[in-house]
Design a binder for this molecule. Structure first.
Ligand SMILES: O=C[C@H](O)[C@H](O)COP(=O)(O)O
Ligand SMILES: C=C(OP(=O)(O)O)C(=O)O
Ligand SMILES: [Mn+2]
Length: 453
């Protein structure tokens, strides 16, 4: 590593998008408390995810990453966690069939509580207050008091992450993830949709494959891998004091390796990925697999400099580039990046976030995204990879297992006028359960086409 890295070396660099607290002693106390708490994940688990992503980087797998834009303290509830987990599993079954390759499942869950914002201030009527920055920082209510950053929220973030992770582990290992059961839920989606015929054929073929395996004696009872699943967690590493407090040396290794034990994977946001600033400094030193958002302003030269900094050893699986260009901009924006990274022989996972480049404002002030524009960016992503001869390695969605009305469109059409019905997001609009599942059926076709070409 060029200059010495330590878990706190980011503190000497310029930083953006983090709160300024009024009570520095209190912040220090919270950081010390967090440092004394147990890790949320183990280094070995993060290494396993890195190895799986390494396979994806080499073209042998596909990453499915999804969950809330921002998790919420108030909406913390086991059913919400279970439902989002369930939809991710349902999507994974459909994608596995289309791709005929392993699907690596990563939730934006158990730690996704901090938000970068486009504006530091929010104005309603003639009142202007600091923006809401996620429940880890301040409160969403539009009052002066709620918007003051409170360091105690970091402790609540840790506690809620721990409980969420505990439930996820139980769901993943305790029989809930049984493949037969998960696919049966998909069948109810297919039979209920007006356009169900489009998906019926694929769904029927999955059912046939499962019946055939069952007849051969391969089912959830006989085969653990059919009733259990690997599921990983991730979030944006925005609040570096929290991440630092969770950064621990892996005691099982001889070499000194530091892991951010707040999640298996953490990513750098589009607004904080500046080469000489704090967020890149922190991320370059941890051994976890990491992500970095890549928006339309990224140039091939800058991308190579970024890769040099965070993955100098060119380790496959270490770095996932999560592109978020916008429908209509992706072909032009992504192609040159793919060509250059390929020409330089850099091993990365390319994933598509079709959400953040497609946010629009609807009547009533609701932020929304159109299902067709989201799908348009995903299609553009596959097309750009096909043209460059690179592997379209994954997708990254803001989504929930709940029946919300935040994104418009989809077969069970949410219209602009419906947005106010169940608009529950803390920040950006999420695909609801049906929209997310529909997306996976459409994606499955694209993956099959990639495989057959
Ligand atoms: O989730 C991403 C960002 O935090 C979010 O898109 C910012 O939204 P804003 O433009 O309303 O600040
Ligand atoms: C902040 C986010 O995205 P981006 O950094 O791409 O804007 C996000 O994923 O919630
Ligand atoms: Mn978001």
């Amino acid at each position: 590593m060029s200059q010495t890295w330590t878990p706190d070396s980011w503190r000497s660099k310029p930083i953006r998008q983090v709160p300024t607290y009024t009570d520095a002693d209190k912040v220090k106390q919270v950081e010390e408390t967090l440092s004394s708490y147990p890790p949320l994940v183990f280094a070995g688990e993060a290494r396993r995810l890195k190895a799986e992503l390494g396979q994806v980087a080499m073209g042998n797998g596909f990453l499915l990453q999804g969950g809330d834009c921002a998790e919420s303290f108030e909406q913390f509830n086991p059913n919400n966690i279970r439902d989002t987990f369930r939809v991710l599993l349902q999507m994974a079954v459909v994608l596995t069939f289309g791709a005929s390759c392993p699907i690596v499942k990563v939730g934006r869950m158990a730690g996704q509580f901090a938000k970068p914002r486009s504006s530091d201030m929010e104005t309603q009527g003639d009142v202007t207050l600091p923006s809401y920055r996620g429940d880890a920082v301040n409160g969403i209510e539009f009052t002066e008091e709620a918007r003051i950053p409170n360091p105690d929220r970091l402790i609540q973030m840790y506690n809620q992450s721990a409980s969420t992770l505990n439930l996820i582990r139980a769901l993943a290992q305790g029989g809930y993830a049984n493949l037969n059961k998960v696919h049966k839920w998909n069948l109810s989606f297919v039979s209920g949709t007006p356009e169900g015929d489009r998906y019926k054929d694929l769904s029927q073929r999955i059912s046939d494959a499962l019946s055939f395996m069952d007849a051969c004696g391969i089912n959830g009872e006989t085969t653990p891998s059919l009733r259990e699943t690997e599921f990983y967690t991730s979030h944006e590493a925005l609040l570096l004091n929290y991440e630092q407090a969770m950064t621990r040396v892996d005691s099982t290794r001889d070499a000194e390796e530091w892991y951010d034990t707040s999640a298996h994977m953490v990513w750098i946001g589009e607004r904080t990925r500046l080469l000489d600033e704090a967020h890149i400094e922190y991320m370059r030193g941890i051994a976890n697999p990491i992500g970095c958002k890549v928006g339309p302003t990224m140039t091939p030269d800058d991308l190579i400099s970024l890769i040099d900094k965070v993955n100098p050893e060119n380790e496959a699986g270490k770095l996932t580039l999560i592109t978020r260009m916008g429908d209509g901009k992706i072909e032009e924006g992504l192609g040159p990046l793919l060509e250059r990274v390929k020409a330089e022989g850099r091993h990365v996972v390319w994933a598509c976030d079709p959400m953040h480049g497609n946010t629009v404002s609807a009547e009533g002030g609701y932020k929304t995204r159109h299902f067709d524009r989201i799908l348009g960016e995903v299609k553009g992503f596959f097309a750009a990879h096909k043209a460059a001869g690179t592997h379209a390695g994954g997708v990254h969605f803001e989504m929930t297992g709940l029946d919300v009305t935040e994104c418009v469109g989809g077969t069970y059409e949410v219209k602009e006028g419906d947005l106010g019905d169940r608009y529950h997001t803390q920040c950006d609009p999420r695909l609801n359960a049906n929209q997310a599942l529909e997306m996976s059926f459409l994606l499955s076709d694209a993956l099959k086409a990639e495989r057959d070409s």
